[in-house]
Design a protein around this ligand. Structure first.
Ligand code: SF4
Length: 123
C-alpha cells in the first residue's frame, strides 16, 4: 500500500504544492505538483534527508557589537537543528570577525560549518 505526503516547495517564491507517493519501503514512486526539476529534488530531499539553513547570532567578546549574525554554510539536517542551536548558544567568539569565517567546524557532527554572516570589527 502506498503513502502520500504533501509538501510546499520552498525552492522559489512560487511555492508549488507537491504530492509525493511512497511505496511500502518508503521509496519515492512519484512526485506531482512540481513545475520544474528543482521541485522534484526538493520533494525527494524532504522525504529522505530534510535540511534547513540554520541562522542565529553568537556572542562576541571585544567587538563593536555584542553579537554577530551567523548561519550554516550549507543546509543542516533538520533533526539536528535543536542540538546546533544549543551549541551556537554556548559559543562566544573574539572580535574581529570576518564574513564567512568558520566559527564552528562540523557542528554537532553534522558535516556542516557555522560561519559568520557579516564582518564585525574589534573596539
Ligand atoms: S517546483 Fe519549481 S517552480 Fe515550483 S516552487 Fe519549486 S522551484 Fe519553484
Amino acid at each position: 500500500m502506498s503513502e502520500e505526503r504533501k509538501f510546499i516547495c520552498v525552492s522559489c517564491p512560487l511555492g508549488c504544492g507537491l504530492t509525493v507517493t511512497l511505496d511500502d519501503a518508503g521509496e519515492v514512486l512519484k512526485v506531482e505538483g512540481n513545475t520544474c526539476a528543482r521541485g522534484e529534488s526538493y520533494a525527494r530531499s524532504e522525504v529522505k534527508d530534510p535540511r534547513r539553513v540554520f541562522a542565529s547570532t553568537v556572542r562576541v567578546k571585544g567587538g563593536k557589537l555584542p553579537v554577530c549574525p551567523i548561519r550554516s554554510k550549507t543546509p543542516a539536517p533538520k533533526g539536528k537543528l535543536s542540538e546546533i542551536a544549543r551549541a551556537v548558544a554556548e559559543l562566544e567568539v573574539n572580535a574581529p570577525v570576518k564574513i564567512g569565517q568558520v566559527l564552528i567546524h562540523n557542528v554537532c557532527g553534522s558535516d556542516v560549518d557555522i560561519v559568520a554572516s557579516r564582518d564585525l570589527a574589534a573596539v
